[in-house]
Design a protein around this ligand. Sequence first.
Ligand SMILES: *Cc1c(COP(=O)(O)O)cnc(C)c1O
Length: 429
Amino acid sequence: MQETTSTTECHVTHLESAIDGTRLDSDCLQTLYDGRPIWVRYDLDSIKATVNPDDISRREPTMWRYNELLPNRTLADIVTLGEGMSPLLECPRLGKALDVPGLLVKDESQLPTGSFKSRGLAMAVTMAKYFGVTRVALPTAGNAGGAAAAYAARAGMEAFVFMPEDTPAINQYECVQAGAHGFLVNGLIDACGRIVGEGREEMDWFDLSTLKEPYRIEGKKTMGLELAEQMQWSLPDVIVYPTGGGTGLIGMWKAFQELRELGWLRTDKMPRMVVVQSSGCDPIVRAFDSGERFAEPITNATTIARGIRVPGAVGDFMILDAVRNSGGCAISVPEESIQEWMKIGSRAEGIGFCPETGACVGAVKHLSEAGWIEDGDEVVIFNTGAVQKYPETMQSVLPPLDCAATQDWSEFRKRYSGDESPESVLYLS
Ligand SMILES: *Cc1c(COP(=O)(O)O)cnc(C)c1O
């Protein structure tokens, strides 16, 4: 029997400014503090006294199994489409190709709305609803908008989504399909974010932007909690993560610290966190290389990996702190190589790698060649989104199917030479 409810109350003690530790009230809506993001803090001793890993293992396989480590007040409050637990897949063939035998992929493409954005937005919308919000707004490079629209609909809220004008049709439609007001903006995600900020007073919407409210991190934290549980409460040597706004990386690093303090991990060893960006938009990599704690925004950011097309991240210092404290690194891969890495990954393992993760596959190859990933290292790549949400990207590299214009086996046999490139697939009408 699986338990559906937890007997414990919320364990949040307070919120805290990420820049200077100022203590903030957790019983009201909060946004940024002094222009910077906010952490959620818990009474870890009381969590430890009420629940243990065995209890958790008997619960339903969703992110809400970590309820005590989440900010929702009760389980009855949650706004959910059934998110988590995503599979942790062994990848022996791809691992061989990359010379990293211990390669694993955590496949977040299987979450509601086709990306891991669901974890963060399920949590943020849950909390917004709890505090009485009825109208939300956010800027998006693509997947966050679809997730926000879906969870707003689920909560009976109104949503306004602002996206760059070149955002692919599928991300535009998924917002409108879920009843959100969708708007195209002649600029990148930072321009979209400015509109949301400037409209706040007059439109009375709550700003769900990445890291501009405290709870999306907590939702994304569950990727790290899940990973630890799936690895029997240990952690890999290296985590490779496509980084845009950075909530996922920051959230996971926070999860690991909390698990360590709870004493739930079997070893003290923490993973080295690797930020992966594209050469077309790599502000965090540049800041990492030059030893800075804050990143200079990039101009003319271009990449097909639109989830990481974030020219300036409000949580830059949180990303860079986590990477440095973990002994990790930040690297960019050539923009032109991303599609090739997507194909190599998908063909080796059957996992539909999104472009953001394509970049990670290339990064792993580079890091293993450079000796930074060492023999025997256990390496986890996050596949953050479903490749099915990127039809334009696939179309631009994969040739159209060869139409046999016949229903005959013999016609097929005549045309099938057996030596065509792996791309060409015959279509039999
Ligand atoms: C948003 C997004 C990212 C970047 O995630 P952050 O945690 O904000 O850095 C990566 N991949 C995909 C598919 C995304 O949608």
